[in-house]
Every structure is written in C-alpha cells, then in structure tokens.
Design a protein around this ligand. Structure first.
Ligand SMILES: CC(C)(COP(=O)(O)OP(=O)(O)OC[C@H]1O[C@@H](n2cnc3c(N)ncnc32)[C@H](O)[C@@H]1OP(=O)(O)O)[C@@H](O)C(=O)NCCC(=O)NCCS
Length: 305
C-alpha cells in the first residue's frame, strides 16, 4: 500500500471513491458528486460559496491510499486556527474519511498517514468530522462517522478518538402533509422561495403577528450543491425555530407542516434533518410528522502530545 498526497485539484478524480463509499445507497441521502462538485465543495464552506479560509480552515489536502495503483481509501485533511481560553492554537481536521468496510488495513494506514501529516506542523488536537467544517455535498455535511458507516466509527474508537458531539439524522421518505390550517387569524405567514442552483428553490417559511416574527423554518434544496437527479427532490430542514415566548402553542408544528407542504408543492418528495439527541421536544415533533431516525453521527477528537 502506498499513500499519495494530492492538492484538491489534482485529486478531483477521487470523487469516484467518495461516490463508491457514500453514495452507494447505504446512506439513502448521500448523492453522487461530480468531480467539479467534489473539488469545489471541499474548498468552500458548508452553506455558502466562500472559501474555507473565511472560517479559519487552511492547508487543504487529499490523501489517498493506493493498492496496486488503485485508490482504495481517501481522507481530506486541514488545519484550523482556534482560540481556547484566550490562547491561539491549531487543530488538525479530518473532514472526510472513506474506506471499504472490509478493508481495515487501508483504513488504519490512511488514519496513521493523516495524523502524521497533520502533526508535521504542530497541532494540539485532531478532530474527525468536525462540525465547524462540514463537507457540504454530504447529506447533512457532518455525519460521516455514523451508525450508517459503522466501520469508520469503530476504526476511530479503536484509535482512541472520543465522541465529542452527537446528532441524530432523521429522514422523512415521503412528504405527504396536507396544508395546515392557521387557527389564529391575527397571524400571517410569509413564504419565500429563494433561488438555488438546483432545479427547485430553497424555501423559507416565517410566521408573524403584527410584523413581529414568531418563528421560521428554513428548507434547503440538496440540489443547491449537487446535480445528481435524486438530490433535486430532496430537502434538508436546515432550521426550525419558534421564539421562546411563543413555544408550546402549536406554532412549531404549524411551521414544519406548512414548510413541508410548500416543499411538496414545488416538487420535493423527501426530507432529512439533524437534531441533538437531547432535544426531545423537537424529536417528538419530527417523529409525529413522519420523520424517523436513520442514523446517529458523531464528531470525534483526540488530544495530541
Ligand atoms: C422544537 C420547537 C420548534 C417546537 O416548537 P413549539 O412551537 O414549541 O412546538 P409545538 O407547540 O408546535 O408542539 C409540537 C410538538 O412538540 C412536542 N412538544 C412541545 N412542547 C413540549 C414539551 N414541553 N415537552 C415535550 N414535548 C413537547 C410535542 O410532541 C408537541 O406535540 P403535541 O402538542 O401534540 O404533544 C421549539 O421548541 C424551538 O424552537 N426550539 C428551539 C430550537 C430548536 O431546537 N429547533 C429544532 C432544531 S433541530
């Protein structure tokens, strides 16, 4: 086995390895990327077309493990400047990590090579799947070491990475809501279809009373970052929020239903989202509205001596 280091541009052909590992159907919401989407997606931030350096992430490199000249495992590494307790330090990031479930040797070789490369400039810590620097062409951008990729999660744990953050990935396979009735007539709803690069728009739904915002729900088209056909009918619930003073009165349910109904109306058929495991109120709501937990994803970290 041999480890090859690529710049993002030189390594764009590795998109096919990403597709094999993440868009093969094992995670129903990861869609295939083109080489262009792969290269651009790795250098730009999760939601916007701004460079990763804008959020303090630098030195982007792709590492590939090759066996008999064929790439069999892939990682994307970077460093991030962070300030902890008023002190400036650097963290090493492994933003993307892929190897076949049956090929632990390639996974181990890649992890060791990624760590060594990151430690060649001093870093205090290595973070795998950092939430601060998610990869935008993945389904939620962040959930790579998840129960959907158990071999990756296990490799990280075997190498002493500790779970730092956890989120559930919830999916609704078929949006089938009726238009909800607005019971309180003093309220009004504003629905904004924002242009996306996909075939369908991003949809922002706001609930208001006398011009004051009560809450909002933001849906993002997966087609915004991916040309794949299946991504054109998939939305990600990026945000659902009801202001504190107005919670527990049915507004959250109304907003979610209305947003999904609007999405269905313009042709989206399925939805996904991420939620913290202790956000029981939100999980109750999503579960009641047709979502179920598809997997649980983690950010993992390891201190470096
Ligand atoms: C999650 C959130 C949007 C729910 O909005 P809400 O207006 O308070 O919720 P609703 O009044 O519409 O209630 C909908 C469902 O939520 C659940 N829920 C609401 N209040 C609850 C409570 N106090 N305890 C347990 N479950 C509760 C119930 O399932 C409820 O359905 P039910 O009334 O049939 O029992 C709101 O709490 C919020 O903005 N939280 C902060 C932001 C957030 O966490 N967003 C989700 C990110 S993934």
């Amino acid at each position: 086995m041999k480890v090859i280091e690529h710049t993002i541009d030189d390594g764009r052909h590795l998109a096919s390895l990403y597709n094999e590992r993440f868009a093969d159907g094992s995670d129903p919401h990861c869609h295939p990327v083109t080489e262009q989407e792969f290269a651009v997606g790795l250098t730009q931030t999760l939601r916007h077309d701004s460079p990763m350096s804008a959020v303090g992430v630098h030195a982007l490199r792709l590492l590939a493990v090759e066996r008999a000249g064929k790439p069999v495992a892939l990682s994307h590494i970077a460093t991030e400047a962070v300030t902890t307790d008023g002190r400036d330090t650097r963290r090493g990031l492994i933003r993307l990590f892929a190897f076949a479930p049956g090929d632990r040797a390639a996974g181990q070789c890649l992890l060791e090579a990624s760590e060594a490369r990151l430690m060649s400039d001093p870093v205090e810590k290595i973070v795998l799947a950092p939430w601060s620097a998610g990869v935008r062409f993945m389904h939620s951008g962040r959930e790579e070491p998840s129960t959907l990729q158990p071999h990756l999660l296990s490799l990280a744990r075997l190498n002493r990475y500790a779970v730092e953050r956890t989120q559930h990935i919830m999916t609704c396979e078929r949006i089938g809501v009726d238009k909800p009735a607005l019971r309180d007539r003093s309220m009004n709803v504003d629905v904004e279809a924002r242009e996306s690069r996909g075939r369908r728009p991003n949809v922002v739904t706001r609930l208001m009373r006398d011009g004051t915002g009560i809450g909002s729900c933001e849906l993002e088209s997966r087609g915004h970052f991916l040309q794949a056909e299946a991504a054109q009918t998939a939305v990600f619930v990026h945000d659902l929020e009801v202001h504190e003073a107005f919670q527990r009165s049915g507004h959250g349910r109304y907003l979610l239903r209305r947003a999904l109904w609007e999405a269905r109306r313009v042709g989206f058929t399925n939805a996904s989202l991420c939620v913290l495991p202790d956000n029981h109120r939100a999980i109750m709501l999503y579960a009641a509205e047709g979502f179920s937990i598809a997997g649980t994803g983690h950010q993992l970290g390891k201190e470096v001596d």
